[in-house]
Design a protein around this ligand. Structure first.
Ligand SMILES: [Zn+2]
Length: 494
């Protein structure tokens, strides 16, 4: 009987204890939801402010490493909101780290702001160059402002809840070919940061674990001998011939490369006049592959074509590595959390005017014209799959190998809009882009709140990331020890 009674007491005690834990959990969930609602409301109330800033940066349209005004604007906003700014980090005048708070966990958010050369466009649904040298064809003006907005929102969260932790907004210049984040990773600026968040403008909303292509880029420069092209051609050695010979061999290489390789080039200098044998010519190559080990072999073969071209044309060759990035290392644990937050935020709803802008814009598309209402949806979660890869490359990838990193894509462009197009620039200059930017700011903020409130989530993500990365991993950047290529954009064309 005594035994029975003590057993009964133990059972009752454990039941009531479970009840207390359950109540505590429900309270925590309620509080978490409440905090998220506050963040969403705060961001909604700042729509006009952030719109103004994004459009300012859209109008500046500054290319890689020359984003002086864009970077200054974002820094000022963060400073006005109590962040401490460290500017000009890792040898790049427009890079910065903005910090608020103290102690662990440390949550980082990446902010880009560079534009693309040759993509000048007004906010119109028909091709209409704005007269600027560059345009925001990749939506990095939205990227930068949404990340800054989320950083400020997380600061408010920490303040309001007397929470411990640090928010860091990383101002990362020259994403488009300049590999800005690689120098920041090499400098160790992500050491001590627990999780990094990022996002990217797109024509749909998706938050899946995805990877990208590793990429190595270089400018090959040939030096020849000038002579009158008709009067004494035998005295000249054409640097342009060397560029053409290299391109010919590189194009022949395509047949003997893995089929998932991507290689492209532009001739950045092909001489000045047909009647002068060019004594200088330059070609700028990109080589990409899903795996950086294979990419490195392919790149070495490309260098051989340049050496052979110089030999055959009697010219001299030297090359400069301009950029190099890894492939993204995804983390499923974090992507799932990001996805559920994005579902909570929801997609983009267009007004009737925005719909007709979109329809007009779609008339200029080559290929498919998806339903414009797709922007209102969030793509269903896709489980981790190596083939889930964006066609491009990003320097976010290097960050993802030094700290667990998670990103998503938000619909800032009318469905079907390709990146790096005048259509993307056009959308980015209207509320179509701004609405997508606010979806991003909210999704980042909500995920940040989850990370600040749930240390287990951070631990689980780190565990998965460490396993995926491999225990013997050592970060060796593809750019070697070169200094930031601050002049990689041809300023004469700006
Ligand atoms: Zn981009």
């Amino acid at each position: 009987m005594k035994k029975f009674l003590s057993g009964l007491f133990a059972l009752l005690f454990s039941l009531s204890n479970t009840n207390v834990v359950a109540q505590k959990n429900t309270k925590a969930v309620d509080k978490n939801l409440q905090q998220k609602e506050v963040a969403i409301k705060n961001l909604d109330s700042k729509y006009d402010d952030y719109k103004k800033q994004a459009l300012q940066i859209w109008n500046f349209a500054e290319v890689g490493f020359i984003e002086v005004k864009s970077s200054a604007l974002l820094q000022q906003t963060l400073k006005d909101n109590g962040f401490t700014i460290e500017a000009g980090v890792a040898g790049m005048p427009t890079a910065f780290v903005a910090t608020y708070g103290e102690g662990k966990p440390v949550i980082g958010i990446l902010a880009e702001f560079d534009a693309l050369p040759g993509l000048s466009q007004n906010a119109n649904p028909e091709k209409d160059p704005a007269g600027t040298a560059a345009g925001h064809g990749c939506g990095h003006h939205l990227f930068g402002v949404a990340s800054v907005a989320a950083g400020i929102e997380l600061k408010k969260y920490l303040q309001g809840n007397k929470g411990k932790g640090t928010v860091k907004v990383y101002g990362t210049p020259a994403e488009e070919g300049g590999s800005g984040k690689v120098y920041m990773a090499r400098e160790g600026l992500f050491e001590g940061t627990d999780i990094v968040l990022h996002w990217h403008p797109d024509s749909k909303n998706s938050s899946n674990p995805y990877t990208s292509l590793a990429n190595k880029t270089a400018k090959f420069r040939f030096k020849g001998i000038s002579a009158h092209a008709a009067g004494s051609p035998e005295k000249g050695r054409s640097a342009l011939d060397a560029v053409e010979a290299m391109n010919f061999m590189a194009n022949m290489m395509r047949e003997h490369m893995p089929s998932d390789t991507r290689m492209h080039y532009v001739i950045t200098d092909g001489g000045k006049a047909p009647n002068v044998v060019p004594d200088f010519a330059e070609v700028y190559f990109y080589m990409r592959h899903p795996k950086r080990e294979i990419l490195m072999e392919l790149f070495d073969r490309l260098v051989k074509t340049a050496e052979a071209a110089a030999l055959g044309t009697g010219t001299k060759m030297e090359y400069e590595i301009i950029g190099g990035v890894y492939e993204i290392l995804p983390v499923d644990t974090l992507a799932r959390v990001m996805h559920s937050n994005m579902k909570k935020v929801g997609g983009v709803i267009y007004t009737a005017d925005e719909m007709s802008f979109g329809k007009k814009l779609q008339e200029s598309f080559v290929g498919s014209k998806p339903d414009i209402n797709e922007a209102a949806k969030v793509e269903p979660y896709k489980v981790m799959d190596e083939d889930n890869r964006s066609g491009g490359s990003t320097d976010v990838a290097d960050v993802s190998w030094v700290v667990p990193t998670v990103g998503f894509r938000a619909a800032t462009w009318i469905p079907g809009t390709p990146a790096h197009s005048w259509q993307a620039v056009a959308c980015g200059g209207t509320d179509i882009g701004i609405k997508g930017m606010m979806v991003a700011a909210k999704t980042l903020s909500l995920t940040g709140i989850d990370l600040f409130t749930n240390q287990n989530l951070i631990n689980k993500a780190k565990e998965e990331w460490t396993k995926r990365r491999g225990t013997n991993f050592k970060y060796v950047p593809l750019i070697g020890n070169r200094k930031p290529a601050l002049d990689y954009r041809d300023k004469t064309q700006l």
